[in-house]
Design a protein around this ligand. Structure first.
Ligand SMILES: *[C@@H]1O[C@H](CO)[C@@H](O)[C@H](O)[C@H]1NC(C)=O
Length: 268
């Protein structure tokens, strides 16, 4: 009798474990994504002529890209982090129209950088930036400005993020990921997100994905994309990523900065 109870209990535990197990994250989409997202660019940093890191951004007009300020601020004159001495020479190279991390696309340089007025005193609330490029973008099927969404997004909406770096868990790595990939995320309510990020402010927004899949280094500055009813971008990723550890990612909303963006680029 006792043995039978034990085996039933054992089967029950197996079923319970199956029900509670976190589903594995779906594989990121790997279709030719640049034509689906022709506004996506990468900013490669060169420091003293050496290739350093890169982050993301979006084309918003023939001459401007939108990114996060924490993507740009490495070595910039506006804000230096940590005790590192400023690099002697910092150059931004902007790659547009590329599906592949190491090949394709066309190259542009940064002409000037713009930060909202409040950035210096309140960088968390104003984590957004514009870069004017030179020469102007040569537009085509793989290089096109994004539409900026000016109305709010509903909680739980399906949204998308694309980037050249892996979306896998940080410690698992994915050194062979070289092509643009896209993942589906959900917009989280600010109230819920405050359980993870208690400093969350009104200019920020969070998304959540599966454990084991999320934004990581190199994704900051890239846009959150809504597909329905049409492709629009509405937030930029910040360095508050969790690399798939289950914490929500934090973005800067674009909508509160529309006026500043338009005053700077005169393009909306
Ligand atoms: C952007 O600025 C231009 C003038 O430079 C103005 O005509 C236009 O209405 C503005 N757009 C928005 C969305 O504010």
């Amino acid at each position: 009798m006792r043995a039978m109870f034990n085996s039933e209990w054992f089967i029950f535990l197996i079923i319970l474990n199956f029900v509670l197990a976190t589903p594995p994250p779906p594989n990121p989409f790997r279709t030719p994504l640049i034509e689906k997202n022709p506004f996506l660019i990468r900013i490669h940093f060169y420091v003293n002529s050496e290739k350093s890191h890169y982050c993301g951004g979006s084309i918003i007009s023939q001459d401007y890209i939108l990114t996060s300020a924490d993507c740009l601020d490495y070595g910039s004159s506006i804000s230096r982090q940590g005790s590192e001495p400023p690099p002697r020479f910092r150059q931004l190279r902007i790659v547009a129209g590329s599906n592949d991390l190491e090949a394709g696309g066309s190259l542009y340089l940064a002409d000037s950088e713009f930060y909202p007025e409040g950035y210096k005193v309140d960088p968390i609330n104003n984590n957004i930036a514009l870069v004017k490029v030179k020469p102007s973008f040569r537009l085509g099927p793989e290089i096109k400005p994004a539409r900026l969404r000016e109305s709010p997004i509903q909680e739980n909406s399906d949204v998308y993020f694309a980037g050249w770096r892996s979306f896998k868990k940080y410690h698992e790595g994915d050194p062979h990921s070289q092509t643009l990939q896209e993942i589906k995320l959900k917009v989280m309510s600010s109230q819920e997100c405050q359980n993870y990020h208690d400093q969350l402010n009104r200019n920020q927004l969070c998304t959540i994905s599966y454990i084991g899949q999320g934004l990581c280094r190199g994704h900051e500055g890239g846009p959150l994309i809504i597909r329905d009813p049409e492709n629009e971008i509405f937030a930029v990723a910040t360095k508050e990523y969790s690399c798939g550890s289950g914490f929500p990612e934090v973005y800067t909303k674009i909508e509160p900065f529309i006026k500043w963006i338009n005053e700077t680029c005169k393009c909306i």
